[in-house]
Design a binder for this molecule. Structure first.
Ligand SMILES: [Zn+2]
Ligand SMILES: [Zn+2]
Length: 159
């Protein structure tokens, strides 16, 4: 999906979209599944640029890094993006405008049509746990026979 910033010139625009995510695109082998990501929000003209405020709903599961069992993750909450014209970027360092306030991630655009999918991918990437664990004391798989040691000791351990 593409964001057409131009649409907000005449007033705020309400947007909602369901993103079908292909897990191959994310290059996270531990990702087992991801539900379509739901976004709804409002694009508003700012000075300079635009802001997009909304709610995002992310749901999926990643493999436990020790035993490979699915570990669900989810997030449902606010998201905020600020868009500013790329030519303001250089000026920003000399002139601390309102854009420099806060710790906002600014998306610099050359064109009023901004690809939305990479922004959604980024939110998802942040949500996938770095080292998923099904439980803090997961015993993992036996390196010798591959048995799930959470289910009990395997034959290797009795030798
Ligand atoms: Zn586990
Ligand atoms: Zn074993």
């Amino acid at each position: 999906m593409e964001l057409n910033l131009e649409e907000a010139f005449d007033g705020p625009v309400d947007l909602s979209h369901r993103f079908e995510i292909s897990s191959e695109r994310l290059d996270r082998p531990e990702l087992l599944r991801v539900e379509p990501i739901l976004f709804s929000g409002r694009l508003t003209k700012a000075h300079p640029g635009f802001v997009l405020d909304g709610e995002i709903e992310i749901r999926g599961a990643a493999a436990c890094s020790r035993c490979l069992a699915p570990v669900p993750f989810s997030r449902s909450g606010p998201v905020h993006w600020a868009f500013a014209p790329a030519h303001r970027r250089a000026a920003r360092d000399e002139d601390e405008t309102e854009l420099a306030e806060g710790d906002l991630a600014i998306i610099w655009y050359d064109d009023l049509k901004v690809p939305f999918d990479p922004l959604i991918d980024e939110e998802l990437q942040l949500e996938i746990p770095m080292k998923p664990l099904c439980r803090p004391d997961c015993r993992g798989l036996c390196p010798t026979c591959g048995a799930d040691r959470n289910a009990g000791p395997c034959a290797c351990q009795t030798k």
